[in-house]
Design a binder for this molecule. Structure first.
Ligand code: 8YV
Length: 329
């Protein structure tokens, strides 16, 4: 009987499908995620790991799990998994692509709209009883329509962002490693620098890799318009937060909305939280009931296929491990 560890609580429907497979299923139900040491102890005899962003699944974890055939990440980003170590060991790594793109773009666009139309700071002012007499020059916001949105990373989520922006009559630019066949009305720009210079809003949708770590730092903020707003729904380390704080305080850019930070959760005394022109959400772009349920079911599909010795449907390293895959041995 294969054994599966799920590192966070999950939907009852997902747990039921896992258990109905006949596998032994251990679900980490604690309020806190397992520590690295807890994880190492818990993986000793597992065949499948249903993992979450809360844990780094590195070579040490993999070596503590000699039977591990498959790691199914709950999410499209799998930067918390040491993919080179998984490849070396023939462990299949899977994710949940596609199904969360629209929800994530919905949130990214909501952040853009909130910063533009000041639903971030003005309601707090009203609650403080500071709503003064009508003033034609008071509480001015920034338009969304006919402004330029720069999308960095035109994958599935970036494409959904472009579609939303088109509905708001925005001009949309995108920068991507390769020009896309389908552009959703957006115009390709061949460098990060150019898109930063031209955009009123910059929305990040590229994955976190060694190359994109601190991709947005002092030099990049200086290239942006002083009126520009940054939206980050990808991964915290893509933005150099100290440089962002400086840029927001000095006026190099006008505002930022972050769904992701370093670390997560961001400490309550973090300098970014003192700024009115910075909106921070607790990494919830995919967090709608419907989407999280789909992600859970896709993770279940992945982990069950792997422990049964089949290629999981959303395996990201099938080519890399084709010669040494544990699921086939
Ligand atoms: C998840 C995400 O909520 O898919 C991703 O990459 O960031 C989110 O959808 C997160 O990974 C939690 O595991």
């Amino acid at each position: 009987m294969p054994k599966i560890l799920v590192t966070r609580r999950t939907f009852p429907e997902a747990a039921e499908v896992l258990r109905a497979s006949g596998a032994e299923v251990v679900i980490w139900e604690d309020a806190d995620a397992p520590s690295h040491e807890d994880l190492i102890a818990a993986v000793a005899d597992i065949d499948g790991l249903y993992a979450h962003i809360t844990n780094q699944v590195n070579a040490e974890v993999m070596d503590a799990a000699p039977n591990l055939k498959v790691i199914a990440e709950f999410g499209v980003g799998y930067d918390n998994i040491e993919i080179a170590a998984a490849n070396e060991r023939g462990i299949a790594v899977c994710n949940t692509p596609g199904i969360l793109s629209e929800s994530t773009a919905d949130e990214a666009f909501a952040l853009l709209a909130s910063m533009a139309r000041r639903t971030n700071d003005l309601p707090a002012m009203v609650k403080r009883g500071e709503w003064g007499d009508f003033d034609p020059l008071g509480y001015l916001a920034t338009d969304i329509h006919h402004k330029t949105l720069g999308i960095v990373g035109m994958g599935s989520i970036g494409s959904e962002m472009a579609k939303r922006a088109a509905g708001f009559n925005m001009n949309v630019l995108y920068y991507n490693r390769n020009r896309r066949d389908e552009e959703f009305g957006a115009t390709y720009v061949d460098s990060l620098e150019k898109i930063l210079e031209r955009s009123d809003y910059v929305s990040l949708h590229n994955p976190l890799t060694p190359e994109t770590t601190n991709m947005m730092s002092t030099d990049q903020f200086k290239l942006m318009k002083k009126s520009a707003i940054l939206i980050n729904t990808t991964r915290g380390p893509v933005v150099d937060q100290d440089a962002l704080y400086e840029a927001l305080v000095s006026g190099d850019i006008a505002g930022a909305a972050l769904d992701v930070t370093v670390p997560e959760p961001i400490p309550a005394d973090h300098p970014l939280l003192t700024l009115d022109n910075c909106l921070i959400m607790p990494h919830v772009a995919s967090a709608t009931g419907d989407t999280r349920m789909k992600m859970a079911m896709m993770s279940v599909e992945n982990v069950l296929a792997g422990v049964a010795g089949d290629w999981p449907p959303y395996c990201v390293n099938q080519t890399e491990i084709a010669g040494n895959a544990r699921i086939k041995s």
